[in-house]
Design a protein around this ligand. Structure first.
Ligand code: 15L
Length: 268
């Protein structure tokens, strides 16, 4: 089985590509940068916001064994202007989905974000049934990309798993991360589950580890076969040995943490 990973040279992409190869996937990489040393498999230094470039990548893979799935990780990973965000999250996703329809590729796993619901006040465990409630243009782009996945799932029967990723880091560093951390190994487990879950249709899961202090419901992920094994609690004593700061309080008020603050307000 072969998967095309966009953003393959990025922080999540590097970990996910290695992890998928370890699990027996053939991996093709797409990123703006040239092929990283040691990458095994075809590499495309292209911009997936360019539909013609994406179409050419799919055509090339078609003549060379075909493609079974896409993992779409490429995007600006932080707040930016609305036009930049729409290009980075929505235009890229549309280009990939159109190419998938054209070439009969049945499944996509998408790197959405907790910021798609980041403006939700933090109280109880958040399910995937809550309304989209972005905290930034970044989160708005993720909501719109999730909506596109839903549209193509309904129109074309594409299986589309949107993973609302928390804080992807080697280890948690702040009090918020004790709830939002996604470990490297769990990220691979999550993507692999998204690629292999039987008939998910359009589905959303929260991409965090099995954190004792989780703010987000892991059951939708577990229903798709995502069984996280790491827990940020392991780092709690060291993190809590540091004095609490005012930003800890702000970060605990909404699930999007710092992205909710006025520092992120800007005109569209
Ligand atoms: C994200 O989606 C961002 O890409 C990352 O920069 C962090 O802000 C992360 O969420 C988080 O919420 O910790």
């Amino acid at each position: 089985m072969r998967v095309l990973v966009t953003g393959a040279a990025g922080s999540i992409g590097t970990v996910v590509c290695d992890g998928l190869v370890d699990r027996g996937w053939d991996v093709a990489g797409l990123d703006l940068v040239v092929e990283p040393e040691g990458f095994i498999g075809p590499w495309f230094a292209e911009d997936c916001a360019d539909p013609d470039a994406v179409a050419a990548v799919f055509a090339a893979l078609d003549t060379d064994g075909g493609l079974d799935a896409v993992v779409h990780l490429a995007s600006i990973p932080h707040e930016a202007s609305l036009p930049e965000i729409l290009t980075s999250h929505v235009v890229t996703t549309a280009a990939l989905l159109d190419a998938m329809v054209e070439h009969g590729v049945p499944r996509i796993v998408y790197a959405s974000s907790n910021h798609a619901v980041g403006r939700t006040p933090r109280s109880e465990l958040l399910t995937t049934a809550v309304r989209p409630r972005p905290d930034t243009f970044y989160g708005t782009g993720k909501v719109a990309a999730e909506a596109l996945l839903s549209l193509y799932a309904d129109r074309h029967g594409i299986d589309a798993v949107a993973t609302r990723i928390g804080s992807f880091l080697p280890q948690p560093e702040t009090r918020r991360h004790l709830s939002t951390w996604l470990s490297h190994d769990d990220a691979v487990r999550m993507v692999h589950a998204g690629l292999t879950a039987p008939d998910p249709g359009f589905a959303v899961l929260y991409g965090i580890s099995a954190n004792t202090r989780a703010w987000w419901d892991l059951d939708p992920g577990r229903a798709l076969g995502y069984e996280p094994e790491d827990d940020a609690e392991h780092y709690a004593a060291a993190i809590e040995a540091e004095p609490a700061t005012p930003s800890d309080e702000v970060e605990a008020a909404h699930v999007g943490g710092p992205f909710v603050t006025e520092a992120f307000y800007r005109p569209a």
